[in-house]
Design a protein around this ligand. Sequence first.
Ligand code: NAP
Length: 292
Amino acid sequence: MTAQIIDGKVVAQKVRDEVKAEVEKLVAAGKPRPGLATVLVGDRVDSATYVRSKQKACAELGIESFGHMLPADAKQEEVEELVTKLSADPKVNGILVQLPLPSHLNEEAVLQKIRLDKDVDGFHPINIGRLAQKGREPLFVPCTPFGCIYLLEQAGVQIDGANAVVLGRSNIVGMPAALLLIGKNATVTVCHSRTKDLPGVVRRADILIAAIGKTEMVRGDWVKPGVAVIDVGINSKPDPTKEKGYRLVGDVNFDEVKEVAGWITPVPGGVGPMTIAMLMKNTFRAAQIQNP
Ligand code: NAP
């Protein structure tokens, strides 16, 4: 069996085209143009790259972006004050605080300052709390797990009643992905660094979401034939044939697993492009909520 490749670039572009068209309609109807504020604290190269990509996506989709940068030694009060100011700014519909924050800062306290209806990253404790409760709806769902579920649904994978295994329990990916799957009636097992017999657990999965950050750890003989595999991992693997000396690979051994799985996302070009697309979707939704 050779798996169907789920092309995240194509799906993400479709989402972006839809958001762009919706933004145009909104503006044509005389409503304010949606706006996203980004907050970057410190000088992490990867964080700066992510923020730039998010601003570029805004420009392409007709969403205004307001970039804010604070130094790596910014004080807790400074960051909280900025977020509070953005929460009160009517031009700002969505606020994205790029994580991780420098370690001296209290991340949860900063996220709590984001007005709930501007929490386009979905990390406000109340939005996460609602995601964890039966019958409650968060205003926004964290972008990467939202993208994972969207890819499964677009591929036509049956989630209702499926056995799903999520590798990783981070606040950003693993836990919200597991909660979303439970909300869609999957039976979910969440694995982490203390899980015993990982291959044995993974082998029971009809749906596997891998988000552990371990190079190609999931092997071909770990998975059940026909499983739907969403690989969130982004790892660099030495590759002397590449100019940079490395290439990006996932948490799943793509070449092996694609021979057994029913569906699989590649790395790059799978979940990666979905994260920003879902952020754009959330920002548009925030504008709709704030300017009904
Ligand atoms: P993280 O915060 O480092 O969490 C990793 C999780 O994996 C933890 O729960 C950890 O368990 C678990 N884990 C680590 N080693 C393990 C092992 N050997 N066996 C089983 N579980 C193990 O990572 P993250 O932020 O969720 O990111 C995960 C991966 O996704 C990374 O490669 C990251 O670059 C990628 N990512 C991609 C996107 C995207 O847009 N595509 C977005 C976010 C993240 P413990 O809890 O026990 O420590």
